[in-house]
Design a protein around this ligand. Structure first.
Ligand SMILES: Cc1cc2nc3c(=O)[nH]c(=O)nc-3n(C[C@H](O)[C@H](O)[C@H](O)COP(=O)(O)OP(=O)(O)OC[C@H]3O[C@@H](n4cnc5c(N)ncnc54)[C@H](O)[C@@H]3O)c2cc1C
Length: 490
């Protein structure tokens, strides 16, 4: 039988440019089989979201059919990775897989799991090979003084160092080498024939072992069970859809600087949901946009877009070096702020019924679509913490329960930035005024009207003001601002 290796998919749900999958494929001359484990520990986390899970499952389904089309396979098991690998590797006795590969993950939960599962696999006599995939530069590669454990806590120097590294040949190759993956995606988009390049399926291996149904694939069952809890329209998933999105954005990237802050316009890439599960990666996107030269002195849509990608990497860097941010403030002196935590106000915020049109529009966009524009995320997060005086962790958790792109590092980073408790945050005394933000970033009230249909006939001159043509506001901004300042100053 063909020699083979196993690739463990987690948040790298694509073939194109998948680092560890490719390594495995080369080592085994095309004999690479994919596996995915449903980890019950993960599924029972408090930040779990049925909507995000539905999108994830659809992505897995796309991946499985792409792998099969290319001659390969994906086995989805209803077992955690510890139990799953134990069971699988014990049964795969003749011949044994040559290796297990996976791409590295930087979340505290995942790092612990990966260390444990790698030991388990090696203990069963199979080697493990891991690679970088999710980020362009990994947190351990970007230290302030090489060889010391200190890490960047301010975005600007981080960004500068990131750029100087990526301009260097070794790192730069991480972007340029994606060209091959882009060609593959383009061929798939055009429906051109691609000769299958994987050489083995699970069925062939199981048949060889004498039982074609050795394991039951759980994907379809999970999809139909989860579907019962889905209340929004789940967007199309998969790496080809992500690639189409990237192509669309190519023509818009030069306008990104002017348009990205206006929630009524689709001026941003819409790629975050695909980054989250690895249908596409930042390296692929930078290659696809030909973002190879980093002339930071000038301002342009491309440069601004790159800066946002670097913000994402920055938050992963922080989470990796300070995993405690998952549960507490980065700035320890803000750890015990005396939040008021009024549950009724929280409910009004979450339901989009605060009486502040821009806040309510944002929260209704989140609830009905599973996504919210970045500018509005900043406004509603500031409002929750500085106007309603509610702990940022409540907002962070609610976002994770709702967002299709919900991702621990940027979500935690965004919330701690808005709450002024994070690294390099918004200073606590700079408090967003929802009325001014609304007038500036939704001047004609188009965004508000889209999500608050009861205001659709209100002229734009009257749409922003809380209490004017809408339900009464639950708080007074000026009063709450003073309270917030006192809370932080104490
Ligand atoms: C309170 C709050 C919570 C957030 N939660 C998340 C989250 O759970 N998941 C998530 O991916 N992003 C989060 N963000 C960041 C940002 O809002 C989204 O990444 C962005 O809105 C996604 O839309 P896009 O892909 O069209 O972005 P684009 O504007 O096209 O940006 C391109 C990419 O850059 C990255 N990016 C953009 N803005 C930021 C930012 N401020 N911080 C970090 N990375 C950024 C994202 O990966 C994004 O896909 C949060 C921001 C705030 C203020």
């Amino acid at each position: 039988m063909q020699q083979y290796g196993i690739h463990w998919f987690r948040r790298d749900l694509r073939i194109a440019g998948n680092s560890a999958l490719k390594w495995n494929w080369k080592k085994n001359q095309g004999g690479t089989l994919g596996v995915f484990f449903f980890d019950s520990k993960f599924l029972s986390r408090p930040d779990f979201s049925h909507h995000r899970f539905a999108f994830f499952l659809e992505t897995l389904k796309e991946l499985r059919s792409e792998l099969r089309e290319m001659g390969g396979d994906l086995l989805v098991l209803d077992q955690g990775p510890d139990e799953g690998f134990s069971d699988l590797l014990k049964k795969l006795h003749a011949p044994r897989p040559t290796c297990v590969t996976y791409n590295r993950d930087y979340e505290p939960f995942a790092r612990e799991r990966d260390a444990r599962v790698s030991r388990l696999i090696e203990g069963l006599g199979v080697s493990v090979h891991t690679m970088r995939d999710h980020l362009v530069v990994e947190p351990h590669e970007l230290q302030r003084v090489p060889g010391t454990p200190s890490f960047y806590q301010v975005y600007s120097p981080f960004c500068k160092r990131w750029l100087s590294l990526v301009e260097g040949e070794d790192f730069h190759e991480r972007i340029t080498e994606q060209k091959e993956a882009l060609q593959y995606l383009e061929k798939r988009r055009l429906g051109q024939t691609i000769e299958p390049f994987f050489k083995l399926t699970w069925k062939q291996v199981f048949t060889h072992l004498g039982n074609a149904n050795l394991f039951e694939d759980a994907l379809d069952r999970f999809i139909s069970e989860n579907q019962k809890s889905v209340k929004i329209k789940i967007p199309p998933a998969g790496s080809l859809v992500a690639y189409e999105k990237l192509r669309e954005f190519r023509s818009g990237v030069d306008d990104y600087l002017e348009k990205r802050d206006f929630p009524s316009i689709s001026g941003t890439s819409g790629l975050s949901i695909f980054f989250k599960n690895g249908s596409i990666t930042p390296a692929l996107v930078l290659a696809g946009l030909n973002l190879n030269e980093f002339e930071f002195k000038q301002k342009s849509g491309r440069i601004q877009f790159l800066k946002e990608i670097i913000w994402r990497e920055f938050y992963y860097h922080i989470l990796y070096h300070r995993p405690s941010v998952e549960h507490e403030a980065f700035l320890s002196h803000y750890q015990d702020l005396k939040w008021q935590n009024n549950p009724e106000w929280f409910e009004a915020w979450a339901e989009g019924k605060t009486g502040f049109p821009i806040i309510d529009a944002g929260m209704r966009q989140l609830k009905t679509t599973g996504w919210m524009h970045n500018r509005v995320r900043m406004i509603v997060a500031s409002f929750l913490t500085k106007d309603l005086l509610i702990d940022w962790k409540w907002g962070e958790k609610y976002f994770m329960n709702q967002l299709l792109d919900g991702d621990l590092a940027p979500n935690n980073g965004g919330w701690q930035w808005a709450a002024s408790t994070g690294c390099d945050p918004q200073p606590y005394f700079r408090i967003f005024n929802p009325l001014l933000q609304s007038k500036k970033f939704d001047p004609n009230g188009e965004y508000i009207k889209k999500y608050i249909p009861e205001l659709r006939h209100v002229p734009s001159s009257e749409i922003h003001e809380p209490g004017l043509r809408y339900i009464p506001p639950i708080v007074d901004h000026a009063t709450q601002k003073e309270k917030a300042l006192a809370l932080y100053r104490r």
